[in-house]
Design a protein around this ligand. Structure first.
Ligand SMILES: [Zn+2]
Length: 433
């Protein structure tokens, strides 16, 4: 269903691509700012979630699950209520409880993860603890400003909270920054620079100035240790960009209009642990305040999907693509062979699509319009040769290859989240493009 603002979209806008490629939809009955992920869009999202989990686990994070609701008192205690109440959905009163007992949809996942830490007593020898969750959070965006996947009312964030000792901040920030840069590299998303976001002279920053100074120094050390120059990146220090609870490192992208956005972030927080009295048992037998680090790696599922669609004009890389290979039998006589080829691809975990009916030209065009990753044409000549004609629209490669080799090449590329390693020399054969 087209909303009024979708009528005039550029075809390269993620909202137009989402509509034209059947990735997501909205319905007035569900509400604006609440996109429905259709099956093809859900493939992209599932792959992003898998990437987020793979990176988190490789980084020593453990998974947790926490509810999207919490008592208003939780967010009063965290400071979110005072700061963000206007952006939160109104509290839900279930009866005649006191206001603190009312339930709210969470505006951030941090307080719940703080409570996961608080659920057990921790020794200095267990730290750092890293909790990861693909966690939904909510913004009461006005219906006039919601748009596509970029301004939504429910945001699912690849969210990690690290609980560590003060002496571990720099190494944890370094680990988080490396993972964030790695994630953006896998996604193929350019980063323009890394920002060290500092406070300014204004009010509204919570916490002890000495703790702020230590955290800023730890982030500087982390950024130096990562060697940003090797990524072609610079560290830029910016006053007035810190969070209210601490300084941060942000991966920044700047679009053609000069509009700037943080796509991943590493934030030191001395304030939440103080507010929730989160401590660890020290070597000296005392109970010491723990440090909390908020880290995002892949980002929010909604925002990164929108960015990927626009970056690749809908034809996303193989590992993300809902249809990795469109298999087109030229005539009925090769239908069974084509079906066997599709089965072999599916057996290796790939996502082929068998498209047998209609003219070959129309089917190739349809695959292109759908932004399928690649097309495989199977005719009588290929049937005899045991081959298939491949046209990889993403890399521009085309040629004939044995069918088993195609399965192996695609399976290896999918496992690596890389482009298929097609042979360097093109085989003779019909060019499809
Ligand atoms: Zn957080």
């Amino acid at each position: 269903m087209k909303s009024p603002d979708e009528q005039h979209l550029s075809p390269h806008d993620h909202r137009a691509l989402g509509r034209d490629l059947d990735l997501f939809a909205s319905d007035p009955l569900v509400g604006s700012g609440l996109p429905l992920w259709l099956p093809a869009g859900s493939v992209i999202r599932d792959e992003l979630e898998r990437l987020a989990r793979d990176i988190a686990r490789a980084d020593g994070c453990v998974g947790v699950h926490t509810p999207v609701l919490g008592k208003r008192e939780l967010f009063e205690k965290s400071g979110h209520w005072a700061k963000f109440a206007a952006d939160m959905f109104p509290p839900m009163a279930l009866g005649d409880e006191p206001p603190g007992d009312q339930l709210v949809l969470r505006p951030a996942n941090c307080p719940h993860h703080a409570m996961v830490y608080a659920a057990r007593q921790h020794s200095y020898r267990e730290l750092p603890l890293r909790f990861n969750e693909l966690a939904p959070m909510f913004r009461a965006e006005r219906s006039g400003v919601v748009s596509g996947l970029t301004r939504v009312r429910q945001i699912t964030l690849d969210d990690t909270h690290v609980f560590c000792r003060p002496d571990q901040v720099a190494s944890e920030a370094e680990r988080a920054l490396r993972s964030a840069l790695h994630a953006q590299r896998v996604l193929g998303m350019p980063v323009d620079y890394v920002r060290l976001s500092l406070p300014d002279d204004g009010p509204g920053y919570l916490g002890d100035p000495d703790l702020w100074a230590d955290a800023i120094e730890a982030l500087r050390r982390a950024a130096t240790a990562v060697d940003l120059a090797a990524y072609g990146l610079e560290l830029v220090e910016a006053e007035g960009e810190a969070a209210f609870y601490g300084p941060k490192l942000d991966l920044q992208v700047v679009d053609g209009n000069g509009h700037e956005e943080s796509i991943a972030t590493v934030q030191v927080d001395f304030v939440q642990p103080q507010r929730f009295d989160l401590r660890y048992d020290g070597a000296d037998g005392g109970r010491h305040p723990v440090v909390m680090i908020h880290r995002g790696t892949v980002g929010s599922m909604e925002r990164v999907t929108a960015a990927l669609l626009e970056r690749y004009d809908g034809r996303v890389p193989l590992w993300l693509n809902p249809i990795q290979l469109s298999v087109l039998p030229v005539s009925e006589s090769v239908d069974d062979l084509a079906r066997g080829f599709v089965d072999a691809l599916v057996a290796r975990g790939l996502r082929p699509r068998l498209d047998p009916a209609g003219s070959l030209g129309a089917r190739i065009r349809a695959a292109r319009v759908r932004r399928d990753y690649a097309v495989a044409v199977l005719g009588d000549a290929e049937a005899v040769a045991g081959s298939v004609q491949i046209s990889d629209a993403f890399t521009g490669w085309s040629g004939a290859l044995p069918r088993e080799q195609v399965v192996d090449i695609l399976a290896a590329a999918y496992a690596d989240r890389s482009a298929p390693a097609w042979p360097a020399a093109h085989s003779e054969g019909t060019q499809l493009s």
